[in-house]
Design a protein around this ligand. Sequence first.
Ligand SMILES: Nc1nc2c(ncn2[C@@H]2O[C@H](COP(=O)(O)OP(=O)(O)OP(=O)(O)O)[C@@H](O)[C@H]2O)c(=O)[nH]1
Ligand SMILES: [Mg+2]
Length: 492
Amino acid sequence: MESNIYKKYKLYRINLKNHPIIKEDYHTKLYYFTILYTTLKQDNILNCYIKNLLDSYKKVFGIKEEDYNKIEKFNIERNKDALNKMFKVLRKTHYKLTKWRIYTKNYKYLLICELMYLESRLDIYEYINKSYIKDVARDLKINKKDLNYVLEFFEKLSENNFEEANEIISKSKFVLLNYFLKKYKDDFEFEKKEEKNILVIATMSSGKSTLINAILGQDILPSQNEICTSKIITVTQNYSLDRCIGFAKGNKEILHSYLNNKILNDWNISPEYKEIEIEGGLSNIGKYKKKLKFIDTPGTNNSIDKNHYKLTYGTLNKNKFDLIIYVLNATNLACDDDYILLNTVAEYLKKNSKQDILFVLNKMDEIDIESNESLQEIYDNAMNYIKKAGINEPKLISISAYGAKLFRKVLNGDSLTRKESIDFLELYEMFLDEQYNMNNYTNVKVNAMNNLIENREENFVEIRKEKISLKTISNILKNTGLLQLESYLISD
Ligand SMILES: Nc1nc2c(ncn2[C@@H]2O[C@H](COP(=O)(O)OP(=O)(O)OP(=O)(O)O)[C@@H](O)[C@H]2O)c(=O)[nH]1
Ligand SMILES: [Mg+2]
């Protein structure tokens, strides 16, 4: 049976950036948000889970802090006039005349639908008797017949009956309800997708979390030198999401509908939680037919917390994985701790001969080719090292996870810290140079790589006063080796 927490979590699976109201002016957005918030609050539906989701609406709609503070204190009885004014704005029908027909659009049906969506815990027929739905429908001047249409639409959605849902909203005044139709369709597709489980293992600080962040195209997993992964974190790619959502379980349960690095790190270090699951993803491979599920693990050689070793080995032995990614640190190859891990994995592979495994030689950007170090030598050493552990015909890909992550962040319009900006410029110059093309240091043949290169218009960003072309970043991302790795992930 579906757990309670999972039901709430599913509510967060909505692409807020597609919300139709986003295109409106600030006041329309503010009124819409105010009515949602105050209605739910008035009827005691505003529990912490829904409030958390509304906080994401606030962020995506761009509701100002001072307005939000007012909404929180809003007294419906004392502010009847103000509220009436908001209802009036929202129930207005907008007309758009084109050459062929008149389009109408009205937020009132969307608002009613959204209220039902946010509550989502009721049997569909219970809504009709809920006084707050009736009240809001009255204030929005929605007649009984139209209210029934919206209810019926919502009912069809809950049954995944998209054809009939689509029919109900075929009238032009319901056009905005397509937002919910798309949400339910996306969800249905997502749930149906077969999973591809990928275990990512390595010794500490080899770049496991950085690699997953690069694939996600955002800085979400804790990946700093001081902060290491201390629990098993599952990351599922969900292309239809505009942000990351997630939950943590253990002695306590917690959900979040707009995760960032800081929140995830709090969960990561809190003894209250044992497991973390997150979902999101921006990069192209999210469109792949399978659902990629990465399992980020703690480095196996933490001298302070021996539990990390047990956690990672336990995971390896307890579960089945479609693929294991073993990350090697090019700057610290074959150290004692890695030797222990590699030999354990070699033992595991002997017992599980069909297990697919990919070795990833990371931090190749740190190799200084001008001071007698050659990338080819490092690559050969890594290959011999793996073979010596008794692993036959290992597949090895060279990458710079950090370079790829920074490139993706810039492409996604994220801001960089001071240190990241400095590193970015260095890495940008490095990967412009064909000598640093990581695709030359691999024995894995892929063919889909070129499909993964994003087609960018010629646009520029400024980084530390330097004008950088997004088109060029998109092209040299290939040289970091990440696309090679991603192509492998989506090949069957
Ligand atoms: N130069 C360079 N630095 C990298 C690269 N990948 C990761 N790093 C850095 O290495 C440090 C550790 O990276 P993480 O991603 O946290 O490593 P991890 O394997 O997840 O570490 P644990 O969770 O502690 O086991 C961070 O400071 C990263 O920025 C890379 O490709 N190049
Ligand atoms: Mg980590």
